[in-house]
Design a protein around this ligand. Structure first.
Ligand code: FPP
Length: 264
């Protein structure tokens, strides 16, 4: 009874999402949010549905979260949609995942254009199926001039592979005499990564209770704030994103140094 009353009371004093959004906008927002969207398979299992039903529901969450991130004023949203390791999954599941960008962009591209969203992709585009490449390239071309939210899909992406490719390019430049050993720096390496035109993520979210990076943005996440939630990706919604943003806004980012006045 008491619990019931407390819960009722909590509900009545809970702040509406719109107000929470306005409050968050008064403070420093995370400019770049990266998300490891995990838990689609478990969401489907819990409902005795095939795993692909979970991925399809996960695609709907992508729409919801993109819209909301744009409304809040987030500058970059990077979504881990398919890793270089995901090819090991059953053929049918891989084929389904490769159809999702097409379905998502087929129905949602006009809205993305209207909302001034710019679609980008990081990962090895060349080894994607033709139909996936076509859909992604079309979206990138048609939104290239937009200057609102950057929606950056990590598709066929692996961070170790990205770093190896960057190092090989730099080594080649050294060999050809275009770069000297003294010129090799963090900045130079960053400028050879697939994120060279983006700031590093301020906030990383991983859903579904898993607490690992799974070969995602290993270099770029050096000083990122992490937020882990047990919520499965298809159940993740605007309120969950708001929870993560509000928590981020309470963090004290020091980048290995001290805040003013802390050194005494
Ligand atoms: C991990 O969950 C999820 C993926 C490998 C795929 C993520 C893809 C989407 C959310 C849809 C992408 C949409 C677009 C528009 C590209 P899991 O399958 O590993 O879940 P589990 O750990 O519960 O099995």
């Amino acid at each position: 009874m008491l619990n019931k009353l407390i819960r009722k009371n909590e509900k009545s004093i809970s702040i509406p999402l719109k107000k929470r959004k306005e409050n968050a906008q008064q403070e420093q927002l995370p400019g770049h949010i990266a998300i490891i969207m995990d838990g689609n398979g478990r969401w489907a299992n819990k409902r005795a549905l095939p795993r692909i039903a979970g991925h399809h529901e996960g695609m709907k969450t992508v729409k919801k979260i993109t819209r909301f991130a744009n409304e809040v004023g987030i500058k970059v949203l990077t979504l881990y949609a398919f890793s270089t390791e995901n090819w090991k999954r059953p053929k049918m599941e891989v084929e389904f995942l490769m159809r999702l960008p097409e379905e998502f962009l087929g129905t949602y591209l006009p809205e993305l254009i209207e909302q001034n969203v710019q679609v980008q992709m990081m990962g090895n585009i060349e080894s994607l199926p033709e139909h996936t490449k076509r859909a992604v390239r079309k979206a990138m071309d048609q939104t290239a001039a937009n200057d609102g939210l950057i929606l950056n899909f990590a598709l066929n992406y692996g961070s170790r592979d990205e770093i190896v490719q960057a190092v090989s390019k730099i080594a080649l430049d050294v060999q050809e005499g275009n770069v000297t050993l003294e010129e090799i720096s963090e900045e130079l390496l960053s400028n050879h990564l697939m994120t060279k035109n983006l700031s590093d993520p301020d906030l990383l979210i991983r859903t579904s209770g898993e607490v690992r990076l799974s070969n995602f943005m290993l270099w770029q996440l050096a000083y990122t704030e992490f937020w882990f939630t047990d919520t499965l990706w298809p159940d993740f919604d605007e309120t969950c994103l708001m929870d993560a943003i509000e928590n981020y806004q309470k963090r004290n980012r020091r980048y290995g140094g001290l805040k003013e006045g802390e050194g005494n």
